[in-house]
Design a protein around this ligand. Structure first.
Ligand SMILES: *Cc1c(COP(=O)(O)O)cnc(C)c1O
Length: 395
């Protein structure tokens, strides 16, 4: 008989030796999982991770990553989503129904609000914004229909650090589920569940990946019933993550605490230095004295991500701010953060936050892993190009 090469290749008897106990997780890629017999197929229950049924429901690689992210967050359960935004949308789709309301902080991650404005609105789910620095005002907003509240610590771009305990306590008094976007804290700065959150979500795209080359999100819970709701919705939506991507995050996770600490130290040094520049009216970094919510930050942690924003004086034109950003050489212009490359983005803070409290031109910096001296020199030369030579305090 002619050799059946294709069949032989597919049914090749070789299996990796059982003794290959490397600490690294293999990249297990499969849509299909083969069952030895019908009874095995019927006995498998992917919901409780007692076996594998189908690639979308999990592989050894994704289960391992889920277990490690659950440990990082101090959770019992974790599900992975193809991006941080998909993780946010998953929480909302799993928990909200027509007639419900979700409360979002005024400094919420922008696309979360866009999801509420478009998809949630079409499904008859309303949203309102709360001032993240006003826990009493937040409690007054909670109504009959409020089912879910998002908390961001600190919020995006303007970086106000809320009274986490106050918000959680208020939500709990009214039986409202709290979902914490823990991307900034990364499971390193503080324990979201110890702070009282019911759901802790993270964009693994940021610190856990750390490479600027993966998009992924996680949704962690301690409560079994809440997890089952989210897991069921996750399965019905078909939100799988690729094994190669999961492996990249697994590979980076072991250096997460070191990277977080290094980017924190460099971020504070540069934020402190920028606060002494005459062109800067305010540095929005929760660890800095006088930053919005600084006392709330102190109540929760001593750590911070390497991410902050700066307000340049109103006396400058938008074109000067753009010239400063364009003059930066090491800081690359780009969204996202927590990767090895330092990044910068100018934001139109008045358009984002029409509450009228924000003066000047906002620029956000994500500090990478370059030497801090090199980054400071880059900032200094670009300040000169953008604003002229009056960098000393009071200039
Ligand atoms: C980046 C980010 C997200 C979304 O993550 P993606 O993976 O880019 O979709 C969500 N929340 C916060 C606070 C973020 O910074």
């Amino acid at each position: 008989m002619k050799r059946q090469t294709a069949t032989e290749l597919i049914h090749h008897p070789y299996r990796a030796p059982a003794g290959f106990e490397a600490p690294q997780t293999g990249v297990h890629k499969a849509s299909t999982v083969i069952f030895a017999h019908v009874a095995a197929l019927r006995a498998r229950d992917w919901r409780h991770k007692n076996g594998y049924t189908y690639g979308l429901h999990g592989t050894p690689t994704t289960f391992t990553l889920e277990e490690r992210i659950a440990s990082l967050e101090g959770a019992r359960h974790c599900v992975l989503a193809p991006s941080g935004l998909a993780a946010i949308a998953l929480v909302e789709m799993a928990l909200l129904e027509s007639g419900d309301e979700v409360l979002l902080p005024a400094n919420v991650y922008g696309p979360n609000r866009e999801f509420a404005r478009h998809e949630l609105a079409r499904w008859g789910i309303t949203h309102r914004l709360y001032d993240p620095l006003d826990a009493a005002g937040f409690e007054a907003l909670i109504g009959e229909r409020t089912r879910l509240v998002w908390i961001e610590v600190p919020g995006s771009v303007t970086m106000e650090f809320p009274d986490l305990a106050g918000l959680v306590a208020a939500a709990r008094r009214h039986g409202v589920t709290t979902a914490l976007d823990n991307t900034w804290g990364a499971g390193i700065a503080f324990d979201g569940f110890e702070q009282g959150a019911d759901i802790v979500m993270q964009a693994l795209t940021k610190y856990p990946s750390g490479g600027g080359d993966v998009l992924m999100g996680s949704v962690c819970t301690r409560d079994d019933a809440l997890h089952e709701k989210i897991l069921g919705c996750h399965m019905r939506l078909g939100l799988g993550v690729a094994a190669n991507d999961a492996e990249l995050v697994l590979r980076s996770l072991s250096s997460l605490p070191l990277r977080y600490a290094a980017q924190d130290a460099a971020g504070r040094e540069l934020a402190d230095w920028l606060a002494t520049r005459g062109q800067v009216t305010r540095v929005l970094h929760p660890a800095l004295n006088g930053a919005p919510g600084h006392a709330h930050w102190q109540a929760v942690t001593t750590r911070a991500a390497g991410l902050f924003s700066v307000l340049f004086s109103e006396r400058y034109s938008p074109a000067q701010v753009d010239r400063f950003v364009d003059a930066l050489k090491l800081f690359k212009i780009g969204y996202s953060w927590a990767g090895p490359t330092s990044l910068v983005v100018p934001y139109d803070v008045q358009a984002m936050r029409p509450d009228g409290h924000w003066r000047g031109h906002l620029v956000r910096f994500s500090i990478g892993l370059e030497e801090v001296e090199a980054l400071r020199a880059d900032l200094e030369q670009a300040l000169g190009v953008g604003f002229g030579d009056h960098g000393a305090a009071g200039g």
